[in-house]
Ligand binder design. Structure first.
Ligand SMILES: C[S@@+](CC[C@H](N)C(=O)[O-])C[C@H]1O[C@@H](n2cnc3c(N)ncnc32)[C@H](O)[C@@H]1O
Length: 317
C-alpha cells in the first residue's frame, strides 16, 4: 500500500494519534457509514486524515472545539495566523521569553483561540495541560526565538491544510461530554473512540476512571453503531486488563510501536497499541484468542506473520 501523506494539525497534544493513522485507515477501509463520530476528537488528526464526508467531532475541552470552529467560520485563516504569530513572535523575542507568560495569562482570562495556538507551539514539549481551575499551566519552552519564519510558515501551512479539509467536508464541532455525543449516533454511523487512558495524563479535561470506561462501553453498545476504540494492550511492565474484562466481547487488532526514553537506543521500549471493535477488522482476532496468545506466550501481534521476515535495523524517530 502506498504511504499516505499525513496532515498534522497546528495544535499539539501528547495523546495525538498521528503515528497510528495509516493503521487505523487500513482497518476501516472497507466499512461504509453515514457519519464519522469522534466523542474524543483531541487534535482531530484522525478525522482530518480519514476525511469522511460527514463528521461529528466533540471533546470536553472547549479550546480545541473553539479553535476548529474559528477555522470553519473563517475567523482564523492562514493569513490571520501568519500576521498574529509574526507580531507575537517578535514580542516574545524582545522580552527574552517573558512575554509567553503574558499570553498565557491573557489566554486564561479570555480563551482566545489564537493565543491557544501560540501557547501550544511555544510551551514546554508541546504539552497540553490544564490546572484544577481549567487554566493552561505548561511553562515556556525557553526558546525566545521560537517563532522564526520557518516555523511560522510550517504552522500557517498546517492551518491552511486543515481549513481546506474542513471546508470540503460537512463537519460539526461540539464541546460536550461523550455521553451526550453518543446520544446523537445513528446505527449506520461509525464511531472512532479515543478516550483518555485510565489513570494517566490526569488534568482538568482529562480525568478518566473505570466508571467512565463502563459508561463508555454502555453508550457504545447501546448506539447499535459500529465502533472502534483506541487503547493500549501492553508495555514492558503491564497488560491492560480492561481489554479482557470490560471489552471482552470485542475484536482486537494490535500493533507494536517503539519509543525511546531520552533518545537512547538501549532504552528502546515497545508498547502494543490495540484497536478494539464490535465487528471483525481486517487484522483483528477475538479478545478471547488474544488472551490465549498472551497466556501461551505467543506473539502479541494479531496480523498474520509474513513467511519471510527481513529484520531491518530500526531508526530513531
Ligand atoms: C487521547 S485524547 C484524544 C486524542 C485524539 N485522538 C488525537 O489524536 O489528537 C482524549 C481526549 O478526550 C477528551 N476528553 C476527556 N474526557 C472527556 C469526556 N468525558 N468527554 C469527552 N471528551 C473527553 C480530552 O480533552 C482529550 O482531548
Amino acid at each position: 500500500m502506498k504511504n499516505r501523506k499525513i496532515y498534522i494539525p497546528p495544535i499539539k497534544s501528547q495523546g495525538i494519534k498521528s503515528k497510528l493513522i495509516e493503521w487505523i485507515a487500513s482497518n476501516i477501509a472497507d466499512i461504509e457509514y453515514e457519519k464519522w463520530i469522534e466523542p474524543f476528537m483531541g487534535t482531530g488528526v484522525v478525522a482530518f486524515n480519514i476525511r469522511p464526508k460527514k463528521a461529528l467531532l466533540c471533546d470536553t475541552n472547549p479550546h480545541l472545539i473553539n479553535f476548529y470552529n474559528a477555522i470553519k467560520n473563517k475567523n482564523i485563516t492562514s493569513a490571520i495566523v501568519r500576521k498574529y504569530l509574526t507580531q507575537e513572535g517578535e514580542k516574545l523575542l524582545k522580552s527574552k521569553g517573558e512575554y509567553y507568560y503574558e499570553v498565557r495569562q491573557r489566554f486564561n482570562e479570555t480563551g482566545n483561540s489564537l493565543d491557544f495556538l501560540f501557547l501550544s507551539r511555544s510551551c514546554f514539549n508541546g504539552m497540553m495541560r490544564f490546572n484544577q481551575k481549567g487554566g493552561f499551566n505548561v511553562p515556556f519552552c525557553r526558546k525566545p526565538n521560537r517563532f522564526a519564519p520557518a516555523l511560522i510558515t510550517k504552522i500557517t501551512n498546517q492551518v491552511e491544510n486543515i481549513s481546506q479539509i474542513i471546508e470540503f467536508g460537512d463537519y460539526e464541532f461540539k464541546t460536550q461530554n461523550f455521553t451526550e455525543t453518543l446520544k446523537e449516533v445513528s446505527s449506520n454511523d461509525l464511531i472512532y473512540s479515543d478516550p483518555p487512558y485510565i489513570g494517566r495524563h490526569t488534568d482538568y479535561f482529562n480525568s478518566w476512571t473505570e466508571k467512565d470506561e463502563l459508561l463508555l462501553k454502555d453508550g457504545l453498545y447501546k448506539s447499535k453503531a459500529k465502533f472502534i476504540l483506541s487503547t493500549w494492550l501492553s508495555n514492558k511492565y503491564r497488560t491492560n486488563e480492561y481489554i479482557f474484562t470490560i471489552w471482552k466481547d470485542c475484536f482486537a487488532a494490535t500493533k507494536e510501536h517503539f519509543y525511546h526514553i531520552g533518545g537512547k537506543e538501549k532504552n528502546r521500549n515497545a508498547i502494543y497499541e490495540a484497536l478494539l471493535s464490535n465487528y471483525p477488522l481486517p487484522n483483528s482476532i477475538t479478545n478471547k484468542e488474544l488472551a490465549e496468545r498472551i497466556t501461551e506466550n505467543k506473539s502479541r501481534l494479531t496480523t498474520k506473520q509474513k513467511e519471510k521476515i527481513i529484520i531491518v535495523q530500526p531508526t530513531l524517530f
